[in-house]
Design a protein around this ligand. Structure first.
Ligand code: PLP
Length: 368
């Protein structure tokens, strides 16, 4: 048996008719740029995330960049974030000329540790970007309290976590704004790149709408320097079909996670931890071992199971951030997690036999 970390072909097969006809409609109308599908998707995602506004952009990375720009963050400012994330989180901060300041993670959720944030706040700090890693929310209330106290903005990096809730509140509605990604492998993935910013603030939504079209509200009148970062109408058409199934798909992920949890908890692996304030979306199902990570993942790969470590090098130790001056040992929990964690396949359409196959392979590794 061969089990990929994610099988998008199965998902496509399940919605093929509907999605093909949505694409055909856009092509028939030749309505490609900021068309009706984008407008409708923006309304539907805003509603889904319980936010007042949603603005479609070209990617999750752009959603972060445009959020930072709309909040007025600029060269010389500092933005606090987690080092245990995909590079895009910090890259967005760097690309607008600001400096990422990394704060270590909680070892159980892999999310930024709120208790460590305040001592990294300086007079240059302007914002915090908590990342909802692997599909569950960072502990937002203490983060928002620090932000209020220190007059900082909060941008949720919800690229991996659309549909997750924190104390009953949806991602996308927890900070000043949130960045969503529609990269194909995400909980809600398009047929290419795409992203969205959600916010309750009208001025922020307005600024992002202007920024995504070259800083222009009226054709050929440019109030400030923007960029070309629009969500394709074709992508929006695909995403509108998929959004209808999102809750069902998230529930299927949760069921699979429960299945794994129950069958692996007596093994020497740490199964994902979900604090009582969260509902997890299991964008990824991440296990942890104290030692032997490479041997175990290789054993799974040899058995036809795609297992992978997200993220093997925390951002503060990446070559591209060597000028920031971090050393090994500076953010120990992130460094440890990078050496001890790995993901096994999880996607809504997984068959029972596939899950059993994976569980049995892990069990047989420890029985060797
Ligand atoms: C945590 C996180 N932030 C940001 C991004 C960037 O999203 P995109 O690939 O849509 O630019 C990703 C996804 O790849 C991500 O996982």
């Amino acid at each position: 048996m061969k089990i990929p970390i994610l099988d998008l072909k199965k998902q496509y097969a399940s919605i093929k008719k509907e999605v093909n006809s949505a694409i055909k409609e856009v092509v028939t109308n030749q309505d490609f740029i900021l068309g009706e599908e984008v407008k409708n998707l923006e309304k539907e995602v805003a509603l889904y995330c319980n936010a007042k506004y949603a603005v479609g952009v070209a990617s999750g990375t752009d959603a972060l960049i445009l959020s930072l720009k709309a909040l007025g963050i600029k060269q010389g400012d500092e933005v606090i974030t987690s080092p245990f994330t995909f590079v895009a989180t910090a890259e967005a901060i760097s690309l607008i000329g600001a400096k990422p300041v990394f704060v270590d993670i909680e070892p159980k959720t892999y999310n930024i540790d709120p208790a460590l944030i305040e001592k990294k706040v300086t007079r240059f700090t302007k914002a915090i970007i908590p990342v909802h890693i692997y599909g569950q929310c960072a502990d937002m209330d203490p983060i928002i309290n620090i932000a209020k106290k220190c007059n900082l903005r909060v941008i949720e990096d919800a690229a991996q976590a659309i549909g997750a809730t924190y104390k009953g509140r949806k991602t996308g509605s927890l900070g000043d704004c949130a960045a969503l990604s529609f990269f194909p492998s995400k909980n809600l993935g398009g047929f290419g790149d795409g992203g969205m910013v959600t916010t309750d603030k009208e001025d922020m939504a307005d600024a992002i709408k202007t920024l995504r079209v070259h800083g222009s509200k009226i054709r050929y009148i440019h109030s400030f320097i923007g960029m070309n970062s629009r969500l394709d109408n074709l992508q929006a058409a695909v995403l509108r079909v998929k959004l209808k199934y999102l809750e069902k798909w998230l529930n299927a992920r949760r069921e699979s996670a429960k299945y794994y949890d129950e069958r692996l908890k007596d093994m020497p692996v740490v199964v994902p931890y979900t604090p009582s304030y969260n509902t997890h979306t299991y964008h990824l199902y991440v296990l942890r071992v104290q030692s032997g990570l490479d041997k175990l993942t290789q054993f799974l790969i040899d058995g036809g199971i795609e297992a992978r470590t997200y993220y093997p090098i925390p951002l503060h130790l990446q070559e591209c951030y060597k000028d920031l001056g971090y050393r090994e040992g500076d953010l120990p929990e992130s460094e440890k997690a990078a050496k001890e964690t790995f993901s096994i396949p999880i996607f809504p359409e997984m068959e029972l036999e596939e899950k059993d196959f994976i569980v049995n392979r892990i069990r047989s590794f420890f029985k060797k």
